[in-house]
Design a protein around this ligand. Structure first.
Ligand SMILES: Cc1cc2nc3c(=O)[nH]c(=O)nc-3n(C[C@H](O)[C@H](O)[C@H](O)COP(=O)(O)O)c2cc1C
Length: 259
């Protein structure tokens, strides 16, 4: 069924509002609370298509998802066992590692491929894209009715497990476990208390941050700028202030017009 669209082909406000409400309630669901069924191949594909909507500077697609199907869990469990033995774990822990490979009705590995040689797209931008892809992947699974959780743990750094999933230059980032949630997911921390957005404060001539009328007192970024030879503003220092104390400075960030 096609969702109602306005003339420009944009989903109607009620649909958008519902999507926003839904996204606000996405929480991770751990393997203990995931039951069959796993996502079907078509549903995994759809989640991967949503992952491709991540902002991707240069269109590098620095990620891919690898689905581990049921028939492959035994082979994965042998790798987990070898990893546990290599780490010197005792028998009970080795058994736990073996069974961990069967966790989650559905299992995907997220593989990152960050290139160092792309002048305009530094590694941190590529990692941001990978993170955004993971978020979209999780959101897509959630909107399809699945519970899911990204889990890395020690296994992603085991050399044998890594080479079973990654080519040269790739990183095994995490596992994504998915299935039908058996309980209502709930927040495990207070999101509302997290100040992750605020207004920009410019410096006044006395070097103090201007506080716009009505702006709540809280952590802000205060920046010092100078003009570079080509008259672009360059941030030479940036510090986060809040509740009367200064937080560590971040120096040398350049503010060019490349955004
Ligand atoms: C790449 C990645 C790896 C993670 N690995 C683990 C992990 O090994 N163990 C864990 O408890 N949480 C891990 N997390 C965090 C959980 O997936 C989850 O985000 C966290 O429990 C917060 O829950 P929420 O998504 O409901 O906010 C990882 C998250 C990411 C992005």
């Amino acid at each position: 069924m096609t969702a109602p669209c306005d003339a420009a082909g944009v989903r109607k406000p009620s649909v958008r509002s519902e999507a926003l409400d839904m996204l606000a309630l996405r929480y991770s669901v751990g393997p203990k609370f995931l039951a069959p069924p796993a996502p079907t191949p078509a549903q995994w594909q759809r989640a991967a298509a949503l992952a491709l909507r991540a902002p991707d500077h240069g269109g590098l697609r620095p990620f891919r998802f690898v689905i581990v199907d049921d028939a492959q869990r035994s082979a994965l469990s042998e790798l987990f066992v070898r990893d546990a033995i290599r780490r010197g774990h005792v028998a009970v822990e080795v058994d736990r590692a073996r069974s961990r490979a069967f966790n989650g009705p559905g299992l995907a590995a997220l593989v990152g491929r960050v290139r160092e040689d792309v002048v305009d797209v530094p590694p941190h931008e590529q990692w941001l894209c990978i993170g955004a892809a993971l978020m979209n992947f999780l959101n897509a699974l959630y909107l399809m009715g699945f519970g899911a959780k990204a889990l890395s743990g020690a296994s992603v750094s085991d050399p044998d497990i890594r080479s079973a999933f990654c080519a040269e230059g790739e990183t095994l980032v995490s596992w994504v476990l998915a299935g039908r949630p058996t309980r209502t997911a709930h927040p495990n921390r207070d999101d509302t208390a997290t100040p992750v957005i605020g207004n920009w404060s410019v410096l006044e001539s006395n070097g103090e941050a201007a506080t716009p009328a009505g702006h709540p007192a809280g952590p802000r970024h205060v920046t010092s700028t100078v003009l570079s030879p080509n008259d672009e503003a360059v941030i030479v220092a940036s510090r986060r202030t809040g509740r009367g104390r200064d937080l560590p400075a971040v120096a040398g960030e350049a503010a060019n017009d490349g955004y």
